[in-house]
Design a protein around this ligand. Structure first.
Ligand SMILES: [Zn+2]
Ligand SMILES: [Zn+2]
Length: 433
């Protein structure tokens, strides 16, 4: 008999089966064996989850690990530790590494290193060689080498002919393209959202039109080619409108947004602090409300973080710092605080948006607590409040736009593949017979 864990007296949320019961979860050999009230079986490890919620481990379909090439920022292992601390048991890593993940060698490096990671890591391969938007990669080969999807995230594919060819190839290789929608002719040189804040600070803006126009174009190409398309990090009301209309017409489009776009807005940029700078940028309060509405009506399918570590040194200068924020450890708390507590969505719907939906979009395991599935579980207290202290986050970089804010919802345990991966001290304690 293999290793067994019992989780006792949890409020169990499983959006895949719409079950919500108070009960126990019995884990054997890394898999969910039984979910039932009052399980009386002996187990190697017992977790008292009284007062806690148990949900399928979260799935983050948009993360930058900086590995290979920029591991002074973070690497696959340190980012996986952040994920575990945030209740995330699977994440997808974007290919804008050094060198980029446009070939089998780089994918193999990621997959090999990910074997030692606390959680599951799924690599995304580049759409074009060197992320230059010119020559397509070989999707079929990269798919076989382990790529879960394809993206040139960070460098949008601006040539429509190249994106068309990529979408055709994606059908042939049963792949999914994740699109970073940005018309560079409109956004180039921009630092923050174009509008009254950029005027006040006298810095060049990134107009909402840059995102809207690219979203419309990418959807149009996908519609003509009849390919699936996933839109990354939606931040504008205009992009929401384009996706909503496309879905009505039956286009096979899905979309994600990130906590920063439903929780925060451009006012924060008045602090002239680069920790509030990311791409797409924080937008207006009206955009924020459109994003929330899109999460409630199904226009936006899921929540990802676009976790992007940069060092404090790199983020020091407001005008020259690179774009990007970390988010793995604050996404559940942000969702509970800004969506559930404000009564826009239920806790079950939030877990669906953060776990079940992204797992389905990617076609990977997870997102459910069904019997026989891998035991990927997050145990959390939705009402416990905590203040985001950047220096207490688990990665090497702490560029969070949620710094010093109070969030509700604290992760207590994360179980991945039947192992307690957070907190790590508990894991060691639990391993002692
Ligand atoms: Zn992007
Ligand atoms: Zn990104």
């Amino acid at each position: 008999m293999g290793k067994t864990i019992i989780i006792k007296n949890a409020w169990i949320i499983d959006p895949a089966s719409s079950a919500k019961v108070n009960g126990d979860i019995f884990i054997r050999d890394g898999r969910i064996d039984t979910v039932h009230p009052g399980i009386a079986l002996p187990a190697d490890v017992s977790i008292d989850a009284t007062g806690l919620f148990a949900a399928p481990g979260l799935v983050d379909m948009h993360v930058h690990t900086r590995d290979p090439g920029q591991t002074y920022k973070d690497d696959i292992l340190s980012v996986a530790a952040c994920a575990a601390a945030g209740g995330i048991t699977s994440f997808v890593c974007m290919p804008n590494t050094l060198p980029p993940a446009d070939c089998v060698d780089v994918l193999q490096h990621i997959i090999e290193k990910a074997r030692r990671a606390a959680v599951r890591v799924y690599p995304v391969a580049a759409v074009t060689k060197g992320l230059t938007g010119k020559e397509l990669t070989d999707m079929q080969t990269l798919r076989r080498a382990g790529a879960v999807a394809f993206s040139d995230d960070g460098n949008p594919v601006s040539d429509s002919a190249v994106l068309s060819a990529a979408l055709k190839q994606s059908i042939e290789s049963s792949s999914l393209i994740l699109a970073h929608c940005e018309e560079r002719k409109l956004s180039a040189g921009g630092l923050i959202n174009e509008g009254k804040i950029s005027e006040k600070l006298a810095v060049r803006g990134i107009p909402a039109a840059a995102e809207n126009e690219a979203t419309v174009r990418d959807i149009q190409l996908a519609a003509v080619i009849k390919a699936r398309l996933h839109i990354c990090h939606v931040s504008t009301a205009g992009a929401v409108q384009a996706i909503k209309e496309a879905k009505k017409r039956g286009v096979k489009v899905t979309a994600e947004t990130c906590p920063q776009y439903f929780a925060l807005d451009e006012e924060l940029l008045l602090r002239r602090d680069a920790d509030y700078r990311m791409n797409p940028p924080l937008r207006t309060p009206e955009d924020r409300m459109a994003i929330i509405e899109a999460l409630t009506d199904g226009t936006i399918d899921c929540i990802a973080t676009d976790h992007a570590p940069h060092t404090a040194e790199e983020k020091k200068n407001f005008l020259t710092a690179p774009n990007g924020v970390v988010g793995l450890e604050t996404s559940l708390g942000a969702g509970i605080t800004y969506l559930v507590e404000k009564r826009y969505v239920t806790l079950e719907k939030l877990i669906f948006l953060m776990s079940t939906a992204p797992a389905r979009i990617l076609g990977i395991q997870g997102g459910t607590l069904a019997k026989g599935q891998p035991a990927d579980i997050v145990l959390f207290d939705p009402s416990e409040k905590w203040r985001v202290e950047p220096e207490k986050l688990h990665g090497r970089c702490s560029n969070t736009p949620f710094k010093h804010l109070e969030l509700s919802g604290r992760v207590k345990y994360t179980v991945c593949n039947g192992e307690i991966v957070f907190p790590l001290s508990e894991r060691m304690a639990a391993d002692v017979p």
